[in-house]
Write a protein that binds this ligand. Sequence first.
Ligand code: PLP
Length: 407
Amino acid sequence: MATINKNYDKLAAGYLFPEIAKRTNAFLQKNPGTEVMRLGIGNTTEPLTHTIIRGLQIGVEKLASVDTYSGYGDEQGDKRLRKALADRYEKMGVKLEPEEIFVSDGAKPDSANIQSIFSEDSVVAVQDPAYPVYVDSNVIAGRTKSFVNGKYEGLVYMPCTADKGFFPDLPSERVDLIYLCSPNNPTGAVATKEQLKMFIDYARLTQAVIIFDAAYSAYISDPTLPKSIFEVEGAKECAIEINSFSKDAGFTGVRLGWTVVPKTILTAGEDASKLNSLWNRRQTTMFNGASNIVQEGGLASLTEGGRRECQSLVSYYMENARTIKEGLEKLGLKVYGGTNAPYIWMKTPNGTKSWEFFDKLLNEAHVVCTPGSGFGPSGEGYVRFSAFGHRENVEKAVKSMQDNLRL
Ligand code: PLP
């Protein structure tokens, strides 16, 4: 008799975005014909650039000829792409072997799957608030107990609060796996080298491993802020980095990402290359490689012309971020992030709860945001605005908030 993985039943009610969709649809049913402006989800809206489209076309054309056709490729990714990514790190002063870089179909699957190479009894620490995948993947894997009062028992929450610049203190208890995300989703905070160094030193001392999600690294324009954790001394002994082509190249629907597992990470009682070989084993067993067409597109995005074009996509979204941030500030609201990150994190006024403000914003201004409480207990009392959207929609949404929101 088959029995189910009961850990799924522990997952807190509804994933955040389906709940947002449910409430938005209910509003539209009650108010047919109303235009709803969405500043909620971090989904790209602008078309792929010329160079990337040409790269994808090359990928398609290769499949049309017997001489250039390819079937299954390396599970770890096209060697040219792994080399191009290693070259990109080298420009940041980070030396990696292409064999330390694993191409995938995106940062979400990698950030969900990476926990599987660690022992079942690992103690996991997450930033609070955090991108929900880190928590949910560990719940499903059985590393937590029940969800009680907004928290999973057995999980270590590292509060990220305004007074600390939304970066956590070191955990006060011993932990084995630490998830960090910078630029952060949802707070838009970016970790400094000193802040990362504090966690790296802790991880080296305790043989913990940091899983660093850098999916928004392209949004950092301040040259003093690290785009990769490997820019900080000691990280190659204790950190795995996950990144994506989604947010700078617009591959949210195309699907391509990568994970760096250095061959120098120290784990209890194992060779330094063990984690690298385990992730290789995991990927070769459970993944058949990213699409060859898509990898050609990814390769094109890493050329000089491709980088320039991606940079202008990033600038477009960052101009949206500025519009939202300034618009909210004009309303007298307290906002964070939005300068080196595409997310604006707003304190709800007068102690309003996150979902309450979500409903108010939808009803009064017809604008959709994301309730901060959906990202963890410390997100309560905040909402997130996303800078991903067409300029005219963003401007319309900001105007509607200024004209209609009753504060
Ligand atoms: N990591 C973070 C922090 C994200 O916010 C997202 C998407 O919103 C992802 C990863 C997903 O990236 P991908 O599209 O490569 O799966």
